[in-house]
Design a binder for this molecule. Structure first.
Ligand code: MSP
Length: 524
């Protein structure tokens, strides 16, 4: 289990056969919100993302485009995958590519270790093979043939008969880990989350596990098996190792033990690889399993998993070009219960942008800063005596911090945002009720006016700190406008656990004008 004072989170590494869509960006943003939250809580944090570049899928795409797989991967990484991180404002600590020597070296070292200890053995793989696909097929990938192939089973994609092929492969003794895996799931009930996924994986493992073929001879785009260079490593076995190659397993023991184990955030479609194969690989090498495997849901378009191949892919920049990266992050993290599927629609995004970000949070910030400007020459006033109304706001802020932290601990990012949003709603209600613009008209009520404006400005301070992991740009602008000192997100005194401590914005602070945090968007 990870210690509470450190947090290592990794996203899956992304296939570079194509450019990213918003489903990929969704995984990235969730991991980034969790990483920023922990970093801002004074926890020793490390966040990793990267690209998965070997295997047949990439090889074929490269061949179809008349370039080498390495050239293809280089092009996609530089033109699409790294730029994605800027588009959606990801503050990752490292980016790993499986074609980097630091990774390939670890794959070979790890394989050799398992081979030497008897967890990898030679065997023969017998299966249905489609030459068109260059791929082993399962029975349910096949359909009855038509025309000249009537009476035979054919590949569903190519419509041609499959062959029974025997290939010499190396196998990882996955079957021997069945009980150890079940023990792990039992002893650590939050190892796989959410619970529905845990149940699914547990019943899958209870049905028994086959050994895993971990090498291929039919193509050569992969990491060579160290003791037999006529084989390359199966792409998943290679890819999973990125989580330890990136933090120095086998070369930098100190860093490795400082970081490992990781929280693995993955789409539910690839949870089995992470919750079954990956811990078994680690156990075979005498390493700790991951801290947790959290499987998030899918972004759906028209009720189906959004994908480029089905032409339902939306590029992240299509959204950020119009709404900005903060809105992208806020929308996907707040509108979808993390762990469940969620449907994306432009109408829903536009409506929430207007109601929650522009009218709710943005307008609150602008109004308060403008009133401090107008009534107090831009200087944060000292608060007079607090009434129940002010004590109510103080309590809302303190409670929100506790509730949000509790939600983050269970990866309920949407609940954490909802908790923080109670401050937005309460502050808006407070200002409407207290009517500072009326109080300002009576010089005898100056102290009361100052109390109201101090309360509102101090509430915004807490909001800037708490929203920084989700909407980092707006939070930073607000921070600067409040004249608050220090870089937001960097300083320990602006840490999330202490955000609820009332009175941190000093009276006398000079505020700065604030441009609209979420400008009006003209409907197209
Ligand atoms: N390369 C493997 C992962 C190897 S990790 C050792 C892979 N790559 S992927 O590019 O296909 O997918 C990466 C992630 O994007 C997965 O977590 C996947 O669930 C996520 N998504 C892809 N489409 C998605 C949606 N429509 N919605 C949400 N996430 C989805 O798998």
């Amino acid at each position: 289990m990870a210690a509470a004072d450190r947090f290592y989170i990794a996203t899956p590494i992304f296939y570079v056969n194509d450019v990213p869509h918003i489903g990929h960006a969704y995984t990235e943003v969730a991991a980034d919100v969790l990483a920023r939250w922990h970093r801002q809580s004074g926890v020793d944090t490390w966040s990793l993302t990267g690209t998965d570049e070997h295997g047949q899928k990439i090889l074929r795409t490269a061949v179809a485009n008349g370039v080498t797989p390495q050239e293809w991967a280089d092009k996609l990484v530089e033109s699409a995958w790294k730029p994605l991180l800027d588009t959606i404002d990801i503050a990752n600590d490292d980016f790993i590519r499986t074609t980097e020597p630091r990774h390939e070296k670890v794959v070979q070292q790890f394989l050799q270790k398992l081979y030497d200890t008897g967890f990898i053995t030679e065997g023969e793989y017998e299966g249905y093979y489609c030459v068109g696909c260059e791929e082993y097929k399962q029975a349910d990938d096949l359909v009855p043939g038509a025309g000249e192939f009537v009476g035979q089973q054919v590949c569903a994609i190519h419509g041609r008969p499959i062959e029974v092929l025997k290939e010499k492969n190396y196998f990882f003794a996955l079957s021997t880990f069945q009980q150890k895996l079940l023990d792990l799931y039992e002893s650590q009930p939050d190892f796989i989350q959410p619970p529905s996924l845990r149940n699914e994986i547990m019943s899958f493992v209870r049905r028994g596990l086959d050994d895993l073929s971990i090498s291929r001879q039919s193509f050569d785009w992969g990491v060579r098996i160290p003791w037999d260079d006529s084989h390359v490593t199966y792409v998943w076995f290679d890819a999973l190792l990125n989580y330890i190659s990136a933090i120095g397993w086998g070369s930098d023991d100190e860093n490795f033990s400082r970081r490992w184990p990781a929280v693995q955030l993955v789409g539910k479609d690839i949870a089995r690889f992470h919750a079954v194969i990956w811990p078994a690989m680690l156990m075979a090498a005498d390493l700790q399993p991951p801290a947790r495997v959290f499987g998030h849901g899918w972004l759906l378009v028209g009720g189906e998993k959004m994908s480029k191949s089905k032409l339902t892919g939306i590029a992240p920049h299509q959204i950020t070009d119009v709404f900005g990266s903060d809105a992208f992050r806020y929308y996907f993290m707040s509108a979808i219960n993390f762990g469940q599927d969620g449907s994306f629609s432009w109408e829903d995004l536009a409506a929430r942008y207007q109601a929650e970000l522009a009218n709710g949070f943005g307008n609150l910030a602008s109004r308060v800063i403008a009133m401090v400007g107008k009534y107090c020459d831009g200087v944060v006033p000292a608060s007079g005596e607090a009434t129940d109304a002010e004590r109510g706001i103080q309590k809302t802020v303190a409670d929100a911090v506790v509730a949000a932290q509790r939600a983050i601990d269970t990866f309920a990012i949407h609940d954490a945002i909802a908790a923080v949003w109670t401050i937005v709603d309460e502050l808006n209600g407070y200002i409407t009720l207290q009517e500072p613009w009326k109080v300002a008209k009576d010089p005898a009520l100056e102290e009361r006016l100052h109390t109201i404006l101090y309360t509102a400005a101090e509430g915004l301070r807490a909001l800037a700190v708490l929203l920084s992991p989700v909407t980092p740009q707006a939070a930073q602008k607000l921070w600067v406008a409040l004249g608050a000192e220090g870089a937001l997100g960097g300083l320990r005194e602006q840490s999330i656990p202490s955000a609820g401590t009332w009175g941190q914005l000093p009276a006398g602070t000079q505020t700065q004008p604030l441009e609209a945090l979420f400008p009006r968007i003209e409907a197209e």
